[in-house]
Design a protein. Sequence first.
Length: 153
Amino acid sequence: MNRNVDETGRPSAPRPLAGFIDPSWRMRSRGDAGIRRALEGPLGPFLEQRRIDLTATGNSLIIACRDRGCATELRFLQREIRKTLNASGYPGIEQVRVVLALPGAAWPEAAAPATQRTIPDTARQTLRTAAEGITDQRLADALLRLARAGLGN
């Protein structure tokens, strides 16, 4: 059995993996994980669906969003996020920035596969009927497109 030995020839414990990682990176990693846990309340669904990524830099928390709808929603939650961070022991984070991720950025795949959704025939007929009674042509066309969705037309 091969054992690690110190300078005196006595057996020593193996060096922990953390000893090979730069201390500044360890602190950053630990901080980001703590912030993620602290924000599971207000940001839980976004984190579970992997729609956002969090990064703490200095006194700022940067939330990179996968889509515009998510970014808009999170901009309204910025005050709540700061309050949650302050109450969770992160008073040093004074600013929350919500940004849209670059289009080519690599994102982890969502945990759950997309579900196949169908529109019942009765709902399709209701949409067609509603479109007939609307004078706004753009809205009527949108309803008709929705009624045809998933039919391959």
